[in-house]
Design a protein around this ligand. Structure first.
Ligand code: GUN
Ligand code: ZN
Length: 442
């Protein structure tokens, strides 16, 4: 019996950035992805791959009825909050009011480990059922809430980069820590979870508004003593927020400088939002090789503004996508890509986005943001088999469009426009199936 599996389906991926290479979208209408021990050995035209692996066990994803379906690399969400599942849909507020009234009271409940565990389960199911295989996750302010989360994330089998959120002012007293506690709890969590299975630790001050220099220094200490740790936080999301940060850090050149002076910026730093950057900040982000996690649904729902994608690209700043649950509108990276497309189309000087850009932003760009591009993000040989198979239910508009589409770009555009969790049939991480819709569960 062969230990190699050959997945047969139409597949699409972007092994390069379409922002750099206009021909980056690669489609195999009758494609094969050959997998051994969770790693891709080869991918390409099915008959060619089959000829080279006649003993492989074939998983024909097309099914006996050959309905239209597409295999994509698993989605990568580079900004999402696990304790905010139950506050999704809190419309009608801007960021600071939304935090005070909608979100922070909910996050205070995570002092209760049983509550944290219940929401962690909801959150991880939300990721897998939407085809998200890798996520950079803002955690709870409570270390016990992080233990519950990491334990369930390990069971779920997803690639999770996450950390305890730390703050010592301007939230609610029960969410505040001290620099000493931020350091000691972070260190203990790193020892327990960083590098375990598919889990990695991200040092996570909430934002400079709620983190003193002492807390930022504690974060820097954790980051520098932990090989492989990532850094994430928020920046320049809302005009009122940026003004407050300026008052809190009178000696900083700008918002970015509050993180820069603490030594928190580097290749593995992901800064969420950045809707209102100054030119110096963009130049400095580029020189530190940081990523801006663009969250267009959240920027729309909270009225934060239009993300200046063109300015980021011109400055050489890497950009990925985040759903920002619960400021955003859900777990779907297809919807997030569509909203990015809408907003760039609507804003003056917006950067036009093609279906290939949307696929790249929701897959490989996220892997690159996390410095996981050697592991995930596309179907190149040597990467893990992290994948989502999308096949619309019979009789749906998406099925009709896909059946009659003139070419792969049309299919991809239809997936971003009409696709949702309803169309996610199976999801794999490292070759392990982590989700199957009811019809596909065996
Ligand atoms: N800035 C600080 N905390 C948050 C949060 O929870 N969500 C968003 N969107 N922005 C933030
Ligand atoms: Zn956020």
């Amino acid at each position: 019996m062969s230990d190699r599996t050959l997945y047969r389906a139409c597949f699409m991926h972007t092994p390069a950035s379409p922002f750099v290479r206009p021909d980056a979208l690669h489609t195999e209408t009758d494609g094969g992805v050959l997998v051994q021990d969770g790693t891709i050995l080869a991918s390409g035209d099915y008959p060619v791959i089959r000829a080279g692996a006649p003993d492989a066990e074939v998983h024909d994803l097309r099914g006996p009825d050959s309905q239209p379906g597409v295999l994509l690399p698993g989605f990568v969400d580079t900004h999402i909050h696990y304790p905010q599942v139950r506050v999704l849909g809190g419309l009608g507020m801007r960021l600071l009011e939304w935090l005070d009234r909608n979100t922070l009271p909910e996050e205070a409940k995570f002092a209760d480990a049983a509550y944290a565990r219940a929401v962690a389960g909801e959150f991880l199911s939300g990721l897998a059922s939407h085809g998200t295989t890798t996520a950079l996750v803002f955690g709870s302010h409570f270390a016990s809430g992080m233990d519950e989360f990491f334990a369930l994330a390990q069971e779920a089998g997803l690639r999770i980069v996450a950390g305890q959120v730390v703050s010592d002012r301007m939230l609610r007293p029960e969410l505040h820590t001290t620099p000493e506690r931020a350091y000691s709890e972070g260190r203990a969590l790193i020892r327990r979870w960083h590098g375990r299975g598919r889990l990695l630790y991200a040092v996570t001050p909430r934002f400079s508004l709620s983190a003193s220099e002492g807390v930022l220094d504690a974060c820097a200490a954790l980051l520098h003593e932990t090989p492989g740790a990532r850094f994430t936080t928020h920046i320049n999301e809302n005009v009122q927020e940026t003004q407050t940060v300026r008052e809190l850090f009178p000696d900083a050149r700008d918002y970015l400088d509050t993180y820069e002076q603490a030594g928190l910026l580097g290749r593995r730093s992901v800064l969420a939002h950045n809707v209102h950057p100054l030119e110096r900040e963009l130049e400095s982000m580029a020189s530190h090789a940081c990523t801006a996690a663009h969250c267009p649904c959240s920027n729309s729902a909270l009225g934060s503004g239009f993300f200046p994608l063109g300015r980021h690209l011109a400055a050489g700043v890497h950009v990925s996508l985040g759903t920002d649950v619960g400021g955003g509108t859900g777990f779907g990276l297809l919807k997030e890509g569509l909203q990015a497309y809408f907003m760039q189309g609507l804003m003056p000087g917006g950067h036009p986005l093609s279906p290939a850009h949307l696929l790249y932003l929701s897959t490989l760009a996220g892997a690159e943001a996390l410095d996981l591009q050697a592991t995930t993000g596309d179907f190149s040989a040597g990467k893990a088999f992290d994948a989502v198979y999308l096949r619309p239910p019979p009789g749906t508009p998406l099925e009709a469009v896909m059946t009659h589409a003139e070419g792969p770009e049309r299919v991809l555009a239809a997936l971003f426009t009409l696709g949702s969790a309803t169309d996610v049939r199976q999801v794999w991480v490292g070759g392990d199936r982590v989700y199957a819709s009811r019809n596909d569960a065996e």
